[in-house]
Design a protein. Structure first.
Ligand code: NAI
Ligand SMILES: Cc1ncc(C=O)c(C(=O)O)c1O
Length: 309
């Protein structure tokens, strides 16, 4: 039974995951190599807990869990039943973490990666006892989005997938088991198909970035939260999909590299909210207000989708 969880990496994803797991009654120890990340994560915890209260996520009868921060990786993983690796999307950084923890954990400690899409089979090559490694892909913001993908690599033992799926379910979240270890799994294959086309349309001057967001959020996003893509095909009619896709698919972006607009911005350190500028610009005050407003709206929508309003 999983009771003690170590989270390695406290950037965008780590603090929200820690808060959500603790709310589910689990004992979390959270570590980052950067002291500033640990400090920031500590201050984000209270914010995430407030959002969990607003979502109405109840503490289990046995009581809430805890989050403890540490700057010592051995302290973080020692005695853990599950380690969730949550460091940057780079195989060599992830492999370094696996090498470091290998001698610090028991051979049956489950090691999960929150990778956005590196095949688990590739990551398993860097850890001993690869049968205990599994993909556990959360969605951002992790304390609000309830769906988590679970992915087996070629060497993952089937019972590890079941254990992680059951853990996710036991704390009131929604596991989706992905049946093949394809790059990007399912969520990001679908998201990146959309993002590739969106970036291409803005880059070609077909639409302004703000208008692209209005079009997708109100034309597609709002609808798709209620009617998933497979159900949408039935609602529109497969005959319509057949006719439109027969001429449109060939015209959609099929670029297989990173779009120049994205390279230009990342080369200039314009990374989005985290650097103050990306597709749009953000002052620190605007960022704070935006994050609060987005959390409030996501909470309200989720409560309605769950039939709780
Ligand atoms: N940002 C997103 O929307 C999502 C990201 N992911 C995935 O989750 C993982 C983490 O992503 P983010 O939180 O966005 O990254 P991030 O770059 O915001 O944070 C990564 C953290 O890892 C720390 N770190 C780097 N090397 C480390 C090491 N050796 N030991 C311990 N900590 C170390 C960094 O100091 C940093 O705080 C990536 O694999 C990413 O693809 C998954 C779902 C959503
Ligand atoms: C752009 C982007 N890339 C990856 C992920 C998750 O792996 C997300 C997300 O969860 O929102 C994302 O927005």
């Amino acid at each position: 039974m999983i009771q003690r969880i170590a989270i390695i990496g406290l950037g965008t994803m780590g603090p929200g995951m820690a808060a959500r797991l603790a709310r589910g009654g689990l004992q979390v120890v959270a570590y980052d190599v950067a002291p500033a990340a640990i400090e920031r994560a500590g201050s984000m915890l209270g914010v995430a807990e407030g959002v969990l209260d607003a979502l109405g996520i109840a503490v289990p009868p046995a009581g809430a869990g805890t989050v403890r921060f540490t700057d010592d990786i051995a302290d973080a993983v020692s005695g853990a039943d599950l380690v969730i690796e949550n460091v940057p999307e780079n195989i060599s950084i992830k492999a370094d973490v696996y090498r470091t923890i290998d001698s610090l954990i028991a051979s049956d400690t489950i090691v999960a990666s929150d990778t956005s899409g590196i095949p688990i089979t590739k990551l398993q090559a860097h850890i001993s006892h690869p049968e205990r490694m599994v993909g556990m892909h959360w969605s951002n913001p992790p304390h609000i989005i309830p769906m988590i993908e679970v992915i087996a690599g070629e060497k993952t033992a089937p019972h590890i997938v079941t254990t992680i799926r059951d853990l996710i379910r036991s704390i009131g979240l929604l596991p989706v088991v992905v049946k093949k270890d394809v790059p990007g799994f399912v969520e990001n294959r679908v998201l990146y198909a959309l993002l590739r086309e969106a970036v291409d349309l803005v880059e070609r001057g077909v639409i302004e970035p703000e208008d692209l967001d209005t079009c997708v959020s109100w034309g597609i996003g709002y609808k798709i939260a209620v009617i998933g893509p497979m159900a949408l095909l039935d609602m529109a009619g497969l005959d319509i999909y057949k006719s439109v896709s027969s001429f449109l698919n060939a015209d959609l972006s099929n670029r297989d590299d990173v779009a120049p607009m994205v390279l230009e911005k990342t080369n200039a350190s314009k990374l989005g909210i985290k650097s103050g500028e990306g597709m749009f610009s953000y002052t620190p005050e605007q960022t704070k207000a935006l994050q609060g407003e987005r959390a409030r709206k996501l909470v309200a929508v989720r409560r309605i989708l769950e039939g709780r309003e």
